[in-house]
Design a protein around this ligand. Structure first.
Ligand code: NAD
Length: 257
């Protein structure tokens, strides 16, 4: 039997939000698995993506740091153009950029709501559309991996806009999977439990919060960037060629309860 493998040799990946946390780990995991990587980051944090790019190059792959604020839609087209100009193609898109403004629902302002939904949901849609139209449809295929969250599957306090956005990403993933199957574009999501990153580190200073989260995870630990990167590489690899429209939950059993 010849099993498809989990490598992405010779592929070009574009990963959003790569200066820290999960995006950085996913970019390095894709590079370790054989891909060249375009690494987007907010313009004022671009140096962090350049550092990730140097790490990708130390792994023997090509890398390009690209400025991108997904709140500015024309910048998405420019970022895709920059990646195409440099690498000539995009085989894998990982929509990782995201944020949360943790507040009780009664305190959420319109600006808070718009910021979270625009980055976490609208950004995912328009980055996917730009890469599909600009690269994957003309090329004849590709793999899109959306970093959703366990918060797309369960509710949790202080996360009205975040949970709504991530649940939106999960269902958007299904729609794009259906529409773009004819172009041989697989679209999947990853749903991680809490991982300690710059996004969540301040929250975990709160002992009560940490204990509440740990109580919900049967396997008894938080996620690591590597847990999430492994799922993203799998979905980007030939091993997942028949997987599309799926949300791969990486949550230590939280949603199994
Ligand atoms: N850390 C967790 O516990 C956890 C759990 C589940 C899902 N996630 C998701 O994983 C993804 C990465 O989060 P992280 O924990 O690594 O946090 P992080 O803050 O380290 O990374 C977020 C990245 O997104 C970028 N970003 C923020 N706003 C942007 C914008 N407007 N345009 C472009 N890029 C922007 C940031 O600069 C950063 O590189 C997010 O989508 C997050 O929702 C995180």
């Amino acid at each position: 039997m010849t099993l498809p493998n989990y490598r992405v040799d010779g592929k070009v990946a574009l990963v959003t939000g790569t200066g820290s946390g999960l995006g950085k780990a996913i970019a390095l995991a894709l590079a370790e698995s054989g891909a060249d990587v375009g690494l987007t980051e907010l313009p004022d944090r671009l140096e962090a993506a350049r550092e990730t790019a140097r790490e990708v190059e130390r792994l023997g792959r090509r890398a390009l740091a690209i400025p991108l604020d997904v709140l500015r839609l024309p910048m998405i087209e420019e970022a895709v153009g920059a990646a195409l100009g440099h690498f000539g193609r995009i085989d894998i898109l990982v929509n990782n950029a995201g944020l949360n403004v943790p507040k009780l629902a009664v305190d959420v302002t319109e600006a808070d709501w718009d910021r979270v939904v625009d980055v976490d949901l609208k950004g995912v849609f328009f980055a996917s559309q730009a890469v599909a139209k600009g690269a994957m449809i003309p090329q004849g295929g590709g793999k899109i991996v959306n970093i959703a969250s366990i918060m797309g599957a369960v509710g949790y306090t202080h996360r009205a806009a975040y949970c709504a956005s991530k649940a939106g990403v999960v269902n958007l993933t299904r729609v794009l999977a259906i529409e773009w199957a004819r172009y041989r574009i697989n679209v999947n999501a990853v749903g991680p439990t809490f991982v300690e990153t710059p996004l969540t580190r301040p929250m975990f200073q709160d002992r009560e919060f940490r204990e509440d989260v740990m109580r919900r995870i049967p396997l008894g630990r938080l996620g690591t960037p590597e847990d999430v990167a492994a799922a993203a590489v799998y979905l980007a690899s030939p091993a997942a060629d028949l997987v599309t429209g799926h949300n791969l939950i990486v949550d230590g059993g939280w949603t199994a309860i």
